[in-house]
Design a binder for this molecule. Structure first.
Ligand SMILES: Cc1cc2nc3c(=O)[nH]c(=O)nc-3n(C[C@H](O)[C@H](O)[C@H](O)COP(=O)(O)OP(=O)(O)OC[C@H]3O[C@@H](n4cnc5c(N)ncnc54)[C@H](O)[C@@H]3O)c2cc1C
Length: 472
């Protein structure tokens, strides 16, 4: 660690999942880190207000935890593996669809637990100073000055730092400061759906009420519901629907009729009274998607995590991507020998196409999860992917696998999927014709007759089904 790094003061705004991890990364390199958080210390609170009780964690988030030596503790001891999607149909039947043919899985992790572990880890570094109850009011992004409001004493605190990093979430104050500057591009989109969290409690004998190692999905086209397991054997259920449908569910009778019609098995799992009580005590929350560029100003300011790229939650990648931001930034600090004037522009250049790609993919999965996951075309494409990835394991990696179980750059995941789509389309066209030709040729000899039938059946069957569905 050189003196230049040790004498560099960094102010990180927001001690959520990304800010507290980033503080650890910077402290590990030797920077003097001041972490400012609007809320009180969540480790001291009985109830933490805010979103999603649990999160799906995959390889990109794990990469950040691994560097900090937290992966085993958080994933192995606390995460609940989810090996497949479990689809709940309207007729109360269920079926599972594996995430990955090699049995790779994602993990359900408690948001509060994760944030607490990261805060505790950050505080273990002597060069990290955490300031709770400090709300960023304004910042001069080139001078490196900030004004915070101490929400307990109501006093203002003026802070100077060499580098300001905004990890202050989807409604970031740091990003708002960047928006005042020329050449800063910004777009946001609210989707018509809102979300509400409900809960399936543990059974009376303290067991999971559904098979635990799955991400349960009730896809219903216009709306959907998902459930992730918790350590205490309960399930956090998230109901996604257009706001106008939430608004129509005005009485317990209407709500129960709606659930009986759309999510019949969930009524008993949640419990009628609990469903009514929780639904009317809660309110549907909005979901925003944000794209912006650049992520930095000169060598003094940077935004990361949701502040830079909030996304709809349907790929389970918001936190994973934010944690990967910390890994990428650390790699660039290493590459450029901690020269911030080089690192910050390099970070924007490298990270922006990837962040925008996952923001787009999350929006795409918004449709896949509520609709396509149950469609024949989706299942057929999955069969093609499974077949081709078995035949060409090194070159054919399905999109979901690449996003969730590898650290291939997000924009390359999209490029790869486009290439695969072209190949599948060609196989469908050519394969159908070749399959017929091959079938006729091979039936000449009795010995190969059976083999020919199997191959012919497989290829032409898959091809014709795909063609038929694609042209529907
Ligand atoms: C319903 C839902 C489900 C989700 N599920 C998943 C999932 O399964 N997997 C996944 O990877 N992602 C998921 N996400 C996304 C994930 O929650 C976010 O991407 C992640 O929390 C981003 O972390 P962050 O630290 O950037 O922001 P945040 O977690 O929002 O943290 C920002 C912090 O900054 C603080 N702050 C804000 N303003 C100020 C200020 N002015 N001054 C000081 N501090 C401030 C806040 O108090 C907060 O502590 C989900 C999101 C939602 C809404």
């Amino acid at each position: 660690m050189d003196n230049r790094v040790r004498s560099t003061k960094v102010a990180v705004v927001g001690a959520g999942l990304v800010g507290s991890l980033e503080a650890c990364f910077l402290a590990r390199r030797g920077y003097e880190v001041h972490l400012f958080e609007y809320r009180d210390d969540i480790r001291l609170l009985e109830h933490v207000p805010g979103r999603s009780i649990n999160l799906a964690m995959s390889i990109r988030g794990r990469a950040g935890l691994k560097t900090m030596g937290l992966e085993d503790k958080i994933i192995k001891n606390h995460g609940i593996p989810m090996v497949a999607r479990m689809i709940h149909n309207k007729d109360n039947t269920i079926k599972s669809i594996q995430y990955n043919k090699d049995g790779k899985c994602i993990y359900s992790v408690g948001r509060r637990y994760l944030n607490e572990e990261l805060l505790t880890k950050a505080e273990e570094f002597p060069n990290v100073h955490v300031h709770f109850c400090h709300k960023l009011l304004t910042a001069d992004l080139t001078k490196g000055t900030m004004i915070f409001l101490n929400t307990k004493t109501k006093e203002e605190l003026h802070v100077e730092a060499d580098l300001l990093i905004g990890c202050d979430g989807a409604y970031s104050s740091m990003r708002k400061e960047m928006m005042k500057r020329p050449h800063f591009n910004y777009s946001q989109q609210y989707i018509p759906h809102g979300y509400m969290e409900l809960c399936i409690p543990a059974t009376p004998d303290n067991e999971f009420a559904m098979p635990p190692n799955y991400l349960h999905i009730w896809p219903r086209g216009k709306y959907m519901m998902i459930a992730l397991p918790n350590q205490d054997k309960s399930w956090t259920v998230t109901l996604f629907m257009p706001f106008e449908i939430f608004d129509e569910l005005t009485t317990p009778e209407i709500l129960l009729d709606f659930f009986k019609e759309n999510y019949p098995d969930a009524v008993d799992l949640i419990g009628r009274d609990k469903l009514v009580r929780d639904f009317f005590a809660n309110k549907a929350l909005p979901m925003i998607s944000v794209k912006c560029s650049p992520y930095h100003i000169g060598s003094t300011s940077l935004i990361m995590g949701d502040a830079a790229h909030a996304m709809v939650p349907f790929y389970g990648q918001g936190m994973n991507c934010g944690m990967e931001d910390c890994v990428v930034f650390d790699e660039l600090l290493e590459l450029y020998n901690d020269d911030l004037s080089q690192v910050l522009p390099a970070y924007t250049k490298q990270r922006n196409p990837d962040a925008e790609a996952i923001v787009d993919l999350a929006m795409y999965n918004y449709i896949v999860m509520r609709d396509l996951v149950n469609s024949k075309l989706f299942l057929l494409r999955k069969k093609w992917d499974d077949l081709l990835s078995s035949l060409f394991p090194r070159t054919w990696t399905p999109l979901y696998t690449m996003v969730t179980f590898t650290r291939v750059r997000y924009h390359l995941c999209i490029a790869n999927k486009e290439w695969q789509d072209r190949v599948v389309n060609k196989i469908v066209k050519i394969g159908g014709i070749l399959g017929i030709g091959l079938g006729i040729l091979l039936t000449q000899t009795q010995a190969v007759h059976q083999l020919s039938c199997t191959i012919y059946h497989h290829i032409s069957g898959l091809a014709s089904k795909t063609l038929a569905l694609a042209t529907q």
